[in-house]
Design a protein around this ligand. Structure first.
Ligand code: ADP
Ligand code: MG
Length: 262
């Protein structure tokens, strides 16, 4: 069953076409990787899906309904949750509190009532704590042991884990991860991949789109891969096929050459 589909999705910044006529689709329960060199349009594509940008052209369907131009909060309520390439956490709050924040749009005026400390708020707060601990525990036992640690004292890898837990607690239908392994070493990346694979144990029907510049992370994680170059989809299919595709290899090699000459 299809969850999301784009048709000829296009985004322009002035004279630059950052996303160029992209046809894409993801089914319920599927994990799709989006790869491509730096600057190829991956993040822009995601910003279109979540509603941060309005497409210059093309269409986005979510559960069969056209969602072009819907704002991020509306898309979040529909069930589209995301993490950011440069992590956005509440640095002065602890792990548990950061995950509980992910509930606030689902639970009516949760934060406000928590502040006024009335009885119902207490109940909601206890439920929220329970849910948050459950999600964190399923995803990463190690992070659960850090539940009282402030976000700003966490390792880079645990910050990414925390972001993912915060997104998961809203029980999204679609989870979009933008370069989850950014800034991590190969060992940390491998452990994160294992944790991301556990998401389907918690929420079997969730669909996941993972943007990654690093092809190693996508291998063994995604059912299917799409590769961007200069805003266009240049390849799509199984990882084994796409990673050997001549145009894909050339795009990544071209990037290395740019680094050498820079
Ligand atoms: N807000 C913006 N304004 C102008 N140009 C942008 C903006 N965001 C991205 N771009 C440009 O669009 C292209 C695609 O960028 P991006 O989607 O961030 O690539 P990726 O995530 O694949 O590294 C790049 O050339 C980038 O410089
Ligand atoms: Mg990016």
């Amino acid at each position: 069953m299809e969850l999301l589909r784009t048709e000829k999705l296009t985004m322009k910044f002035g004279g630059l076409t950052a996303v160029n006529q992209v046809d894409f689709s993801i089914d319920k329960g599927q994990t799709v990787g989006v790869i491509g060199p730096n600057g190829s349009g991956k993040t822009t594509f995601f910003n279109l899906l979540t509603g941060i940008y309005e497409p210059a052209d093309g269409k986005i369907f979510f559960e069969g309904k056209l969602i072009n131009g819907a704002r991020p909060d509306k898309n979040f309520k529909l069930g589209i949750a995301r993490t950011f390439q440069n992590g956005r956490l509440f640095w002065g709050l602890n792990v548990l509190e950061n995950v509980m924040i992910g509930l606030h749009t689902k639970q009516r005026s949760f934060i406000w009532e928590a502040v006024t400390h009335n009885l119902r708020a207490r109940e909601e707060e206890n439920q929220a704590i329970g849910k948050a601990r459950e999600i964190i525990g399923y995803f990463s036992e190690h992070l659960l042991q850090e539940q009282d640690t402030l976000a700003n004292s966490l390792s880079y890898a645990d910050r990414r884990r925390l972001e993912i837990c915060r997104a998961l607690i809203s029980q999204p239908k679609l989870l979009i991860l933008d370069e989850p392994s950014a800034g991590m070493d190969p060992n940390e990346t491998e452990n994160l991949v294992k944790d991301i694979r556990k998401i389907h144990n918690i929420q079997p029907h969730i669909s996941i789109i993972v943007i990654e510049h690093d092809m190693g992370l996508i291998e063994g994680l995604a059912d299917r891969v799409m590769c961007f170059n200069y805003g266009q989809k240049i390849a799509e299919g199984l990882f084994e096929e796409v990673s050997k595709n001549k145009e894909v290899v050339r795009a990544y090699l071209g990037e290395e050459e740019e680094h050498v000459s820079a």
